[in-house]
Design a protein around this ligand. Structure first.
Ligand code: HDE
Length: 751
């Protein structure tokens, strides 16, 4: 029998074979699976297949049995439009009226079906993490976790299908991707011992230590309830009011103010399970552990100005990046890692309370050990069916992984099922295709709204004799889930935290001191910006008091920006050892799926441009040609014109010419054409180069392109190269891109 994992493997192999093809020929982003003809098609055809990079949830029944139906979307069948009941229709453009000018007749069942369904197309968005993007993939275990957990999907070589949903936290479904915020990183492993959901974030700590505070932090971060502004951001009074009073939030807040708050891509984010989990191995021995996702491409962020521009130029930047990368064959990849700690009665490690979700364990103290690899290789076929309806829950645990008493985790165990009842309209959301387990399901849950399973038998209760006693409970031999019989200390029933939860500053200082000078500059800039957007001076002053307890330099710099005095610390500054693993700067990474803009003009050597384009594809990146007008140049498609291009879409810019102002270089036609610069160069190209330079991106030129560099004054500065040919220029630029940005361009005042 073909197992789901085998199917996934086949998809991966087939996709891998196509990669070479795709990379040399196509720029990702085409909307349909076939090109659109100019004339409206009139010959009936069957529904077109999904695009080649698209996948669907595996075709299993509501109880997890394989159906054998091909894994392509079968949402529609046949060439003809039908009602929801399958009756073919003659007309869907006119309602049934009493004469051409008459009122609509109540008997128009097609009109009513169409409009009624439309009226109910929306479901409530998630109260948090409303905006997200998902992808299918496969997880392959390396076997290194076998010593600590008996979870079958972590056994050597085991392949498990997964669905991952990335998200922002604060914004509504239609908000911009690039806002400063925490990102969700939720993974559904369809294991054959039951589904495992690892519902994590890209930040390893959380704002609060107890789940009962979740409504408070979210109400504070969401738009103000009276005016419903600002959307999807923390730069406002209610957020800073709360975090400056509720100081356990300071650690998470610092991460948000760092570059981690504005990721370059979902593909360049780390992921963290945040809480400590309890693992159980075959021998019944337990260990405590934290989950980490490590991206193959490294951890990279946007520049703040870039993030802001992108929110307008391409609010879908992160989702587009995810889908385009998969379409181009640059499959996003992460290693799953574990930090493992002895399961002691104190539940601490190196003096750090493992139940406190505002604390990390630095990797230098407990290395992250790789236990498997995640590859995302298929985009969803339908956003609503898959990404919107996917329902994660921390209680979806396979045998071998159990929870701890982290009070945040405990509260989440309640919340995730509860929230789906409203969002997905009832208790049977686990039967929606993307939520269906791949393990056989034999529960005694029955009936309810949207029941898709046709349960047989008469005895959904235990014990029974009428259904032969089925279902039976399982033991160790049958790999039953076992709750670890942890001893609960004898203690009074209280609403209180352990005293170890009271340290709110030492790890914030540790994070700050672990940053490189350029990263510290960004943090200062972020705090200054966010507090600068607050209205109330008292809130700014109160947050400055918190910063004083973290670091005097940070506090003084932000205070100066706000025009306020820097207060003295109220607690002794912690003596901490920095953790270099927290910094994002200083290594070299692969450039899969990154975007290279190539500026051409009518005089460019198009053979050379063609060669560069091929070299960019061959490097696993995506070349976009930027020309004075749309259409083609030298037979190559133009993806951006000077009017539609903006620097923030590109990771690097190559110049194959010095274009004179195009006919539409008029501020009245294109606001960007108002950019100041030499009169001989199209002002949009000047702006492109200036912005790319300001955002520390590599810039390369050859031939006449070098003139732009001189005229814009960037020639000879770090990360700006000129070469004799396009290939040579790209080779240098590619090397620069490996460091992510040309960091030397950012002057660091606090160094
Ligand atoms: Fe969530 N969280 N959360 N959260 N969370 C939800 O569940 C909640 C927390 C996270 O892509 C909701 O299905 C409480 C930490 C992600 O569908 C809701 C608390 C972490 C996602 C909920 C937390 C997360 C959610 C909203 C405090 C990182 C998106 C919709 C104890 C480890 C999942 C839903 C997706 C979503 C509750 C804190 C991650 C309301 C009560 C800590 C990635 O149930």
């Amino acid at each position: 029998m073909e197992t789901p994992a085998k199917k996934v493997k086949e998809v991966v192999q087939a996709a891998a074979e196509k990669v070479a093809d795709v990379l040399t020929s196509e720029v990702p982003g085409k909307p349909g699976s076939a090109p659109a003809p100019l004339a409206e098609p009139t010959t009936p055809v069957e529904p077109l297949p999904p695009k080649k990079e698209q996948g669907t949830p595996d075709t299993v029944t509501p109880t997890g049995a394989e159906t054998g139906v091909p894994a392509v979307a079968k949402g529609q069948q046949g060439a003809y439009l039908t009602t929801a009941q399958g009756a073919r229709l003659r007309d869907t453009d006119h309602s049934l009226k009493a004469g051409p000018r008459g009122p609509i007749l109540l008997q128009d069942h097609h009109f009513r079906e169409k409009i009624t369904h439309f009226d109910h197309e929306r479901i409530p968005e998630r109260v948090v993490h409303a905006r997200g993007a998902g992808a299918h993939g496969v997880f392959t275990a390396s076997g290194t976790a076998e010593a600590v957990t008996r979870a079958g999907f972590l056994k050597k070589g085991r392949e498990t299908p997964v669905f991952v949903r990335f998200s922002t936290v604060l914004g509504s479904r239609g908000s911009a991707d690039t806002v400063r915020d925490t990102r969700g990183f939720a993974t559904k492993f369809y294991t054959d011992e039951g589904t495992f959901d690892l519902v994590g974030n890209n930040i390893p700590v959380f704002f609060i230590q107890d789940a009962i505070k979740f409504p408070d932090i979210i109400h504070a971060g969401k738009p103000h309830p009276d005016r419903e502004i600002p959307q999807a951001q923390s730069a406002h009074d209610t957020f800073w009011d709360f975090v400056s009073l509720h100081t356990e939030a300071q650690h998470h807040t610092m991460w948000n103010m760092s570059d981690r708050g504005i990721p370059r891509s979902y593909r360049t984010m780390e992921g963290f399970g945040v809480h400590t989990f309890r693992l159980v191995n075959e021998a019944g021995e337990t260990a405590l552990a934290k989950f980490h996702w490590k991206p193959k491409l490294g951890v990279h962020s946007l520049d703040w100005e870039e993030a802001q521009l992108l929110a307008g130029v391409d609010p879908d930047f992160h989702r587009r990046d995810l889908y385009d990368a998969i379409e181009a064959g640059a499959f996003p990849e992460w290693e799953l890692g574990l930090q493992v700690f002895p399961d002691t009665r104190e539940e601490t490690f190196a003096g750090i309370d493992l139940l406190d979700p505002t604390k990390i364990v630095p990797e230098e103290l407990a290395p992250v050990q790789t236990v498997g690899r995640l590859v995302l290789n298929r985009t969803p076929t339908n956003f609503f069916a898959e990404t919107e309806q996917v329902a994660f829950h921390l209680g979806h645990l396979p045998p071998g992984i159990d929870v701890t008493n982290d009070p945040l985790l405990q509260g989440r165990l309640f919340s995730y099922v509860d929230t789906q009842l409203t969002r997905l309209g009832g208790p049977n959301y686990t039967q929606i295709p993307v939520n269906r387990p791949h393990a056989p399901v034999n529960d005694m849950l029955r009936d309810g709204f949207h029941q898709h399973a046709v349960h047989a038998g008469v005895a959904p209760y235990r014990p029974n004799s009428l259904d032969g006693g089925n279902p039976f409970t399982a033991g160790d031999a049958e790999h039953a889930f076992a709750d670890v019989p942890v001893v609960v200390a004898e203690a009074p029933k209280v609403r209180a935290n352990p005293a170890s939860f009271d340290d709110h500053y030492s790890q914030v200082r540790l994070f700050w001191l672990s940053m490189s000078p350029v990263e510290q500059e960004h943090i200062i800039r972020a705090y200054t910006f966010e507090l600068g957007k607050c209205y109330e001076q008292a809130i700014k002053e109160r947050q400055l008091r918190c910063l004083a307890n973290i670091d005097p330099v940070l506090c003084a710099q932000v205070a100066a920006g706000l025009g306020l005095p820097a207060p003295e610390p109220t607690v002794p500054l912690a003596d901490v050892t920095p953790s270099p693993a927290l910094s994002q700067v200083g290594a070299q990474w692969p450039g899969d799926g990154r975007i290279v803009g190539i500026v051409v003009d009518p005089d460019s050597d198009l053979d050379d441009v063609g060669a560069v384009r091929r070299a960019v594809f061959a490097a696993g990146m995506v070349p976009l040609l930027i020309a004075p007008h749309g259409g083609t140049v030298g037979g190559m498609p133009v993806q951006r014109t000077f009017a539609t291009a903006r620097s923030v879409e590109f990771d690097a810019v190559l110049l194959a010419g010095t274009p004179a102002p195009a006919p539409d270089a008029l501020p009245a036609r294109d606001a960007k054409a108002g950019a100041a610069g030499p009169a001989t160069v199209d002002p949009r190209v000047v702006l492109l180069v200036e912005e790319a330079w300001r955002h520390a991106k590599a810039i390369g030129a050859w031939g006449a392109g070098a003139t732009v560099l001189t005229l814009t004054g960037v020639a000879g500065t770090p990360g700006v190269v000129t070469a004799g040919s396009g290939d040579a220029a790209f080779a240098e630029v590619q090397q620069l891109m490996a460091a992510h940005r040309v960091w030397e361009r950012f002057p660091a005042a606090v160094a």
